[in-house]
Design a protein around this ligand. Structure first.
Ligand code: GDP
Ligand code: ZN
Length: 462
């Protein structure tokens, strides 16, 4: 697709209000010309591509100086969008950046829609669809781990696998097509069915593995829903504050729709935790001894992981027992807190009650056991509950997951059809559907391409 088909777009491409430098990105065939009208002391049309140039932004109407800038000039096609790209690094703070953007917009560029630079990279053939989506995920990534998944995807891991699976399917379909031309041979029909069955089974296994990875992928992106529970005064708020404080890279505190719901994200040993019902925990402090089992139960239902605190300096109460029972089936860690005080809970007895559940002894006030808690959480997440897929292809995108499900169903139909002795040319339709659906993940076109390929491979000279 030629650059000229697109108008020139611009936007601030650094997060609003952060850092000393903001970058305005301009992309399109007029990018250079737009910027050149605004930059004093440099003729940008004369500078070499992929250079950074010092200069000043001036308002051409008033000759007023707006900002001191560095201007990157990158000519097509070796740019993010494959179009001419100019990036203006503004130094003068938010106000100057906004004024500069306004000037860019009043001199030939239009404000880019969200994701439009990436969309262009896709339309101009630089990224395929799953890679473009990976960029979106990257922007939203909350932890190092999810960043890595998005980076792998951007790198094309998923695309490569999907493309390989599609090619495998295509080879079989082509073979089927050839064999259908010789219906007089029963042996050929037999062979074709066998081939379809083997390939469908094999591809299906890959899809199932990808769908399994999706579960962990989702967690990496959204955080592991974690409930901190325990009866009043065991140290829930203290633990919450410790976790929040430890995490040097807290990403967000999102206020939900109801005033009460606050979700906080922390990164514990590489595991993103989404702490649920933290408002409930904070409220406890004002209401002294009021919030009990009922509230905890609600948080429990929504939780992927439960951190259940028990006060080591008090005898186990009925309330502790109820919470232990209520969490039996959950992925949980029991934390015996306040171990700095004289102990009234028999840790061995508790351990015997817990079976496989990890028991961690802490003193949150003395900061002992907190590191071990982090390690235990990471161990649960990466080695047990959900396996680690580090380095493997991982699917995190809802659209991809949906398509993978449908593709798997198409293969189920293939296998069922074959088992029921359906004619091969009908079974072939489901196999083709699987191929189409996988193609939608990478944004490849379907039917026509299938026909073209079949034609070029097998119908030559016929
Ligand atoms: P919550 O009601 O479960 O949220 O409990 P808090 O976190 O509000 O703690 C209740 C009280 O126990 C506070 O005075 C804390 O300082 C104290 N506390 C929390 N953890 C420990 C601990 O490990 N050792 C001791 N000695 N006191 C603790
Ligand atoms: Zn509290």
């Amino acid at each position: 697709m030629a650059n000229s088909e697109f108008d020139t777009i611009a936007a601030i491409s650094t997060p609003a209000g952060e850092g000393g430098i903001s970058i305005i990105r301009i992309s399109g065939s007029d990018a250079l010309q737009v910027a050149n009208q605004l930059v004093k002391d440099r003729d940008l049309t004369k500078v070499a591509s992929h250079t950074i140039n010092y200069g000043h932004i001036i308002d051409p109407e008033t000759q007023e100086e707006v900002d001191e800038v560095m201007v990157s000039v990158m000519l097509a096609p070796k740019t993010y969008t494959k179009e001419d790209v100019v990036e203006i690094n503004c130094h003068g703070g938010l106000l100057a950046t906004n004024r500069t953007l306004q000037l860019v917009l009043s001199h030939g560029a239009r404000l880019a829609e969200p994701g439009e630079f990436t969309k262009r990279a896709f339309l101009n053939g630089r990224l395929d669809l799953s890679q473009a989506e990976a960029v979106m995920d990257l922007i939203r990534a909350k932890t190092d781990q999810s960043m890595q998944v998005a980076l792998n995807q951007l790198d094309g891991d998923l695309s490569r696998l999907i493309k390989k699976l599609r090619q495998d399917i295509l080879d079989v379909l082509a073979q089927v097509e050839v064999n259908i031309d010789y219906p007089e041979y029963d042996a050929v029909e037999e062979m074709t069915s066998q081939m379809l069955k083997e390939k469908a089974t094999e591809v299906r296994q890959h899809l199932v593995a990808l769908l399994q990875s999706a579960k962990q992928g989702k967690v990496l992106r959204d955080g592991l829903a974690t409930a901190i529970i325990g009866r009043p005064n065991v140290g829930k708020s203290s633990l919450l504050n410790t976790l929040l404080h430890e995490d040097k890279a807290i990403v967000t505190s999102v206020a939900g729709t109801t005033r009460d719901v606050i979700e906080e994200y922390v990164n514990v040993n590489g595991v993103p935790l989404r702490l649920i019902d933290t408002a409930g925990i904070r409220k406890t402090d004002d209401q002294v001894e009021k919030i009990g089992v009922e509230r905890s139960r609600q948080a429990l239902n929504a939780a992927d992981l439960v951190l259940l605190l028990i006060d080591a300096s008090r005898e186990l109460t009925g309330e502790d027992q109820q919470l232990l029972t209520a969490t039996e089936k959950k992925s949980r860690i029991v934390i015996l807190n306040k171990t700095d005080l004289p102990t009234k809970v028999d840790a061995n007895q508790l351990k015997a009650m817990l079976g496989d559940t990890p028991l961690i002894k802490t003193s949150i006030t003395d900061h002992t056991g907190v590191d071990q808690l982090g390690e235990t959480i990471a161990h649960l997440f990466f080695n047990q509950g959900i396996e680690s897929h580090q380095g493997d292809v991982m699917v995190t995108n809802a659209r991809h997951i949906g398509l993978l499900h449908q593709a798997k169903e198409a293969l189920d139909d293939v296998l069922k059809g074959l088992a029921d002795g359906m004619p091969v040319d009908l079974v072939q339709i489901d196999m083709t559907r699987c191929w189409d659906l996988l193609g939608e993940i990478t944004g490849d076109s379907y039917q026509d391409e299938l026909l073209d390929q079949l034609f070029s491979q097998f119908c030559l000279g016929k």
